[in-house]
Write a protein that binds this ligand. Structure first.
Ligand SMILES: *Cc1c(COP(=O)(O)O)cnc(C)c1O
Length: 409
């Protein structure tokens, strides 16, 4: 580690892609040249003002950035403690933060002369964002999706097809997100010349965790300056839900060196972290191993077999977590907690009724933890949570969980 890395939480990863003992690039020799090409182009783009001008233009006019920083006044008075602000990334085009990252990667692909984009998707949000931006730029788009997710997430599969993407149901392994990512990596190796792999979270081999974080950090940069405008100071706590960890990394990163800011990541506790793996809390309930080209905390059995994990929220059931979070966990810079399905559902309803915002089930997890801690904090404390997605996609799941019918007409 270099000297400046020891003085800052913000300068990682090192040149091998390591955050402490996490991250890296555990890939086959055939994949290595592709990864190195991507890394070279990413660093070139990052130093190119023209690249960021193009990003800014699309963020403003296509995505709808900056997203508002909203004071949740009725929720705050209901909880009766700290002031609760929401960073409204659910208002982005396609309804979540995913598009921040997809735009960056697709612009990189264009610079590299790639014409075919592949992606993995679980719940379908990253697939929809990728299909959207590919349509915008006239690029061929292929999305790998586990067969089980294809069944569970039919509306998103249809959206991707409307947008011109080819959705490939993945039957290998157990037919879930983990297997979709493996198949996408295989596709990449066999279609080297024209194909770009657009990863949906801060996972995968270096430089993906770095570049996805860089593109998502627009969330935290905006939140930081908006908070200065609204309150004239930094928030006391920033908090976000964690699947792979990209919306959280995007909010957290610009605050990492502000020692007064508490940083909290919320994992999916499913039916409880002490239930027999019916959760998806990689940090709270897993241990380090290697998956998808990087070393990080994973849900695994005693033999090191990767377990599937479970959450009511399809977007949170990745069995790993981005390596930078594993490092922030081990250094103690960030805290990680878990929230159960039931707590997330309660927070979902509270947000609908008190704020007129139907949140996705993923950020409902973050909100549930806000509801736990805010009442015990003084009224002059400020919490900023990432409302990273809207709940339209989740109404069927919620109806089922509440034992209600969605009536037609
Ligand atoms: C995909 C998704 C997540 C989980 O992904 P992260 O990489 O952890 O951000 C969380 N919330 C929403 C709304 C999503 O679509």
């Amino acid at each position: 580690m270099t000297v400046e890395m020891l003085n800052s939480y913000r300068s990682g990863p090192d040149e091998r892609g390591m955050f402490g003992t996490f991250g890296g690039r555990f890939v086959s020799e055939t994949l290595m040249p592709l990864i190195l090409d991507l890394e070279r182009e990413f660093f070139r783009a990052r130093d190119d003002a023209g690249f960021w001008q193009e990003m800014d233009d699309l963020w403003t006019h296509y995505v709808g950035r900056p997203s508002p920083l909203y004071f949740a006044e009725r929720l705050t008075s209901h909880l009766g403690g700290a002031k609760v602000y929401m960073k409204r990334d659910e208002l982005n085009h396609t309804g979540a933060h995913k598009i921040n990252n997809v735009l960056g990667q697709i612009l990189l692909a264009r610079r590299m002369g790639k014409t075919r984009i592949i992606a993995e998707t679980g719940a379908g949000q990253h697939g929809v964002a990728t299909a959207t931006v590919c349509a915008r730029f006239g690029l061929k788009c292929v999305v790998y999706m586990g067969v089980h997710d294809v069944d569970r997430q039919a509306p998103n599969v249809f959206r991707m097809r409307l947008l011109g993407a080819e959705v490939i149901p993945v039957t290998s392994g157990r037919g879930t997100l983990k297997d979709a990512m493996n198949d996408a990596l295989r596709d990449w190796v066999t279609n080297v010349r024209d194909t770009f792999y657009c990863i949906g979270t801060v996972a995968g081999p270096h430089p993906y965790p770095l570049l996805v974080r860089e593109f998502q950090s627009i969330i935290g940069r905006e939140a930081r300056s908006q908070m200065h405008e609204r309150e004239g100071r930094l928030p006391d706590i920033v908090i976000a839900c964690i699947g792979g960890g990209s919306n959280a990394m995007g909010l957290f990163h610009p605050f990492l060196d502000d020692q007064s800011v508490r940083i909290i990541g919320v994992e999916a506790g499913g039916k409880g972290v002490d239930s027999r793996m019916e959760h998806c809390a990689s940090l709270t309930g897993g241990r380090p191993g290697v998956l998808h080209g990087n070393r990080t905390y994973l849900l695994q059995d005693d033999d090191g077999q990767i377990l599937e994990g479970y959450s009511i929220s399809a977007g949170l059931d990745y069995p790993g977590i981005g390596p930078e979070h594993s490092w922030l966990h081990e250094t103690g810079r960030a805290e990680y907690v878990s929230v159960t399905d039931q707590e997330a559902l309660d927070a979902f309803q509270l947000c609908c009724e008190r704020e007129g915002i139907i949140p996705a089930l993923e950020p409902s997890h973050a909100l549930a933890h806000v509801a736990r801690i805010a009442p015990d904090l003084p009224a002059d404390q400020i919490i900023c949570m990432n409302m990273c997605g809207r709940g339209d996609k989740d109404i069927f799941t919620v109806a089922k969980a509440l034992g209600l019918q969605i009536e037609a007409g």
